[in-house]
Ligand binder design. Structure first.
Ligand SMILES: *[C@@H]1O[C@H](CO)[C@@H](O)[C@H](O)[C@H]1NC(C)=O
Length: 369
């Protein structure tokens, strides 16, 4: 537990977005169609900062509906409240991606992602970082969310009782029978003993399931037990895969604590902390990490640090797809947030790293066999 600065679960979010355009030749209502229209923004157009890239909170273009509403979620998903980044940080993300020619990040639209999620439930399972993933995803799909309200995970009363008391969970109902849900579990053991058996027992989970389950655990573990927990998780999955949604693994993002050994990991102590760049490492192109000539990688950061190195090898062996989401977190040392007691260097403000997880999800689903 020493490795994570534990932060209270806060049920609020940050901005929203949308993008893309509906496919123009509409015929089959099943495949490829998007029920909304998102005009794809050009790179030269977003260069000026307006309109904003959809991934960075730009509203649906040319027209939007939910963007005219107000209230808790409307505000959060339009980046008017929640754990917001300072305004100037928007420009630094824009500059970084323009400089690297990362056009997909600048141009991705919700209608690019939609056909990959339509009609499915996507569960995000893990600690407070996964809650930020949930917020980023529900807000990216803000205009697909008619009620702007949180819903129960299941209509089965006994199971819901478990999901809302023993665990914490919440869902949003999107268009066309699509849902995104978050389930809180910090440690591998909680996941194994509580969440996965409960999910596997849910009535109405189609088998084989079209639903998706994105999992991370990491920051609440230290070296003493992480490998063992990963192995137990992979073994459980191997025996129960048929009863579960399709599993995807989310890496643990970088931390940026100053005053540690240079690995960025939590050095102990209480906030406020200072966050600093991971020394001698930068990101190129669409997200490759690189060292300067002669640079040394003392902490294995090119492979995501010790947690991701361990998780990657377990997941790869088990045939579980891994979201390509770590690298883009590496350069975002300036995007951490205040947890109420001061700055900490684990969680990120919105829009920043959590929004890049949406992009990583898109790439993974697009490339799934
Ligand atoms: C992250 O960086 C490493 C090191 O350069 C590279 O091997 C890996 O492919 C990168 N991942 C992505 C998704 O670009």
């Amino acid at each position: 537990m020493a490795s994570l600065l534990t932060v209270a679960l806060v049920w609020k979010l940050t901005w929203g977005t949308q993008q893309s355009h509906s496919s123009s030749s509409g015929s089959s209502s099943d495949v490829g169609e998007c029920p909304l229209t998102y005009r794809r923004l050009s790179v030269s157009e977003v260069r000026g900062g307006s309109p904003k890239p959809y991934l960075l909170g730009g509203p649906q273009q040319p027209e939007c509906t939910n963007c005219k509403r107000s209230g808790q979620w409307a505000d959060i998903c339009q980046f008017k409240s929640g754990d917001l980044c300072a305004d100037w940080l928007f420009w630094s993300v824009l500059e970084e991606w323009l400089g690297r020619g990362y056009e997909l990040a600048l141009q991705l639209t919700p209608c690019d992602l939609w056909p990959l999620l339509r009609g499915r439930t996507l569960f995000l399972l893990g600690d407070s970082q996964m809650l930020d993933f949930y917020k980023a995803l529900q807000c990216f799909l803000f205009e697909f969310w008619p009620s702007l309200e949180q819903r129960d995970l299941t209509a089965d009363a006994a199971a819901q009782q478990q999901f809302s008391t023993v665990l914490r969970s919440t869902c949003v109902d999107l268009l066309q029978g699509t849902r995104v849900c978050y389930i809180r579990a910090d440690k591998g053991t909680d996941l194994l003993t509580r969440v996965l058996p409960l999910l596997a027992s849910l009535p109405g989970l189609a088998v084989p399931s079209r639903d998706l389950l994105v999992v991370n655990f990491g920051l609440h573990h230290d070296r003493s037990d992480y490998r063992q927990q990963l192995a137990a998780f992979a073994a459980y999955h191997a025996s129960n895969a048929a009863a579960l949604p399709r599993l995807l693994w989310q890496p643990t993002p970088a931390q940026h604590f100053a005053g540690s050994d240079g690995s960025g990991e939590y050095p102990g102590g209480q906030p406020p902390f200072q966050c600093e760049p991971l020394p001698g490492i930068h990101v190129e192109g669409e997200g490759r990490l690189a060292l300067p000539d002669g640079g040394r990688d003392r902490f294995g950061l090119l492979r995501g640090g010790w947690r991701n190195a361990a998780a990657d090898s377990v997941m790869r062996r088990a045939g579980i797809p891994i979201l390509p989401s770590y690298n883009e977190s590496v350069w975002m040392h300036a995007f951490h947030r205040d947890n109420g007691a001061g700055l900490e260097c684990t969680h990120f403000c919105h829009p920043s790293t959590p929004q890049t997880w949406v992009l990583a999800l898109f790439k993974t689903l697009r490339d799934l066999p």
